[in-house]
Design a protein around this ligand. Structure first.
Ligand SMILES: C[S@@+](CC[C@H](N)C(=O)[O-])C[C@H]1O[C@@H](n2cnc3c(N)ncnc32)[C@H](O)[C@@H]1O
Length: 278
């Protein structure tokens, strides 16, 4: 089953996943933009489900802001590390639940004020994705918010440009570049490794597609964002420029001005979306 493959992949990439969002200034910017996107919701200190939590970088931040947090992931390895990180920080979580997002029957209807599914779990769900979105909405209370981030079709190309990935652009057929642009679907590649494990199949999204998925599933007032937006494709340059604190602050202010601009949404590495349960 594909979900077994995803579980195996993330169980083998636990430490790499923990390191990722603090690897350099570029990833720290991605982290801050994801938080900025739900700043208003977090200020209300809702009960939060971090769905597809991985090792819990976002969940820890939600808990530090006074939210009661439950973590849920298909990877028991990721959850075990999350538990360690919560203990190290002397922070309690309401639960660490191993489950597939397509079956959140561990949680009653309307359990959470805010359901977050960040870092592209939905991109790894290549079958019955609508069921996962329906479950995220079901466990969120009416009037509560569901926020997700997924990988972006044009964003991944800018990302690879930013990594100066010559091999990728020289071998478009091998990498299925046109197929991914047309369908969003990307196969698994044996030689693409993360944390020592072969990356599984993925789906890359266009902004309209993600908005339609959430709206058709029953969320209202869907808003989109991109993380990073301005700096996407300029990872090396940003990491260099951000050594200067004033320049870093200026770029971050510009990011915050543009990351929800509808003309730029498709360019970010991550596409953000949130909406309210009716
Ligand atoms: C790239 S990680 C992101 C982790 C974390 N949310 C973050 O942003 O740092 C994606 C996570 O989604 C989880 N995931 C993927 N498919 C899933 C599914 N069907 N059900 C539950 N979790 C899933 C993976 O196990 C992994 O921990």
């Amino acid at each position: 089953m594909l979900s077994d493959k995803v579980k195996r992949h993330f169980n083998a990439a636990v430490q790499a996943e923990w390191a990722r969002l603090d690897a350099n200034e570029y990833f720290r910017l991605i982290f801050r933009l994801h938080l900025a996107f739900i700043e208003d919701e977090l200020a209300e200190k809702p009960r939060v489900l971090d769905a597809g939590s991985g090792p819990g970088r976002y969940a820890l931040e939600f808990a530090k802001r006074g939210c009661a947090v439950t973590l849920c992931d298909i990877s028991d390895g990721e959850l075990a590390l999350a538990q360690e990180k919560f203990s190290e920080n002397n922070i309690a979580a309401e639960g660490f639940v191993c489950a597939d997002l397509r079956d959140l029957s561990a949680f009653p209807d309307e359990s959470f004020g805010l359901t977050v599914c960040y870092g592209a779990p939905l991109s790894y769900i290549t079958e019955k994705r609508e069921k996962a979105v329906a479950e995220l909405i079901r466990v969120t209370r009416r009037g509560g918010t569901v926020a997700v981030s997924v990988n972006s079709t044009w964003g991944i190309l800018r990302n690879l440009l930013g990594k100066t990935d010559e091999d990728f652009f020289a071998n478009g057929d091998y990498w299925h570049i046109n197929e991914v642009i047309e369908t969003g679907d990307c196969p698994s590649f044996e030689n693409v490794k993360f944390g020592g494990s072969t990356a599984p199949e993925k789906h890359f999204f266009q902004p309209d597609e993600l908005a339609a998925l959430l709206t058709n599933s029953g969320l209202s007032g869907v808003e989109l964002g991109a993380a990073p937006c301005l700096c996407s494709g300029s990872r090396t340059q940003y990491n260099k420029i951000a050594e200067n604190a004033a320049a870093k602050a200026q770029i971050e202010a510009l990011e915050l001005k543009c990351y929800k601009d509808k003309n730029m949404l498709g360019f970010g590495d991550f596409l953000l979306a949130k909406g309210v349960r009716k």
